[in-house]
Design a protein around this ligand. Structure first.
Ligand code: NAP
Length: 254
């Protein structure tokens, strides 16, 4: 069992109740961080992730917050502030997409929901993290990884160009923020997953999307959430100590 003195600090993973976020949270828990498992609606799933971390000898706690809502983000970071450790890691992982469709069939309401969760949510969480990590604000430094998507390169025609556009914005702010805070002890990088086996594809209306498209992937298979989590955790680690403003594709060559 790990003793409290060895805790490296708090690692916040947004959208950690399932998929890539859950896999990342479990790795960070095993690596000695006290993990804040954020979720928006599925408390039972978030608690199960936290329980797995604790059962493996780590530390974790759950906080419900919709990252697209500024008031929720403030509450989320307030919960982190009430812990005995400083925030050292932010993984902006929470993301949404909606039913596959062409732009001509998209409503403003849908587009705004995608941009609010994927862009505004990530920017708000990064803002609060910088206030706590930056040496300009008496912080100890830290690392941010933004989870983008290969969609920012392909554009996701006929499926969800609103989602692809939101991930293009994530890539742009990864580069910009990395330069803004590079001299303040904070590294900012991104990961662009390709076709990964998670439940997000059911939200797009096609649970078996990865299998349908696997033959188009140069490696001829979809990826796993652990393969994405490994890339995220590399960028968070000291092994990546001179890497900032970079974006790693985890796409099997796509
Ligand atoms: P997922 O299985 O659908 O899980 C989404 C997670 O985000 C859940 O934990 C969900 O919480 C949470 N969430 C959704 N909206 C939220 C909000 N407004 N505030 C806080 N949490 C919210 O997704 P995934 O496939 O693991 O994807 C994770 C990230 O990777 C996303 O940014 C996604 O765009 C990106 N990505 C995924 C793929 C892929 O093929 N899977 C490819 C490229 C990029 P609840 O459980 O409470 O609903």
């Amino acid at each position: 069992m790990r003793v409290k003195d060895s805790v490296k600090g708090i690692a916040l993973v947004t959208g950690a109740s399932r998929g890539i976020g859950a896999a990342t949270a479990m790795r960070l828990g095993a690596d000695g961080y006290k993990v804040c498992v954020n979720y928006v609606s599925n408390a039972a799933a978030a608690e199960s992730v936290a329980r797995s971390i604790i059962d493996a000898g780590g530390e974790a706690f759950c906080v419900q917050a919709d990252v697209s809502k500024e008031a929720d983000v403030v509450v989320l970071f307030g919960a982190i502030d009430s812990m005995a450790y400083p925030l050292k890691v932010l993984v902006n992982n929470a993301g949404v997409l909606f039913t596959q469709s062409k732009l001509v069939d998209m409503t403003a309401e849908r587009i705004e929901k995608v941009l609010a969760a994927n862009v505004t949510g990530s920017l708000l969480c990064a803002r609060e993290a910088v206030k706590r990590m930056s040496t300009e604000y008496n912080g100890l430094g830290g690392v941010i990884v933004n989870v983008s998507s290969g969609a920012s390169r392909t554009g996701s025609p006929n499926e969800y160009i609103d989602y692809a556009a939101s991930k293009g914005a994530v890539d742009a702010f990864t580069v910009g923020l990395s330069k803004e805070v590079a001299a303040e002890g904070i590294r900012v990088n991104g990961v662009r997953p390709g076709l990964i086996y998670t439940e997000i594809h059911a939200d797009g209306g096609e649970p078996n999307r990865v299998d349908r498209l696997a033959s188009r992937i140069p490696m001829q298979r979809g990826g796993t959430r652990d393969e994405v989590a490994a890339a995220i955790c590399f960028l968070l680690s000291d092994e990546a100590s001179f890497i900032t403003g970079s974006i790693i594709d985890v796409t099997g060559g796509l």
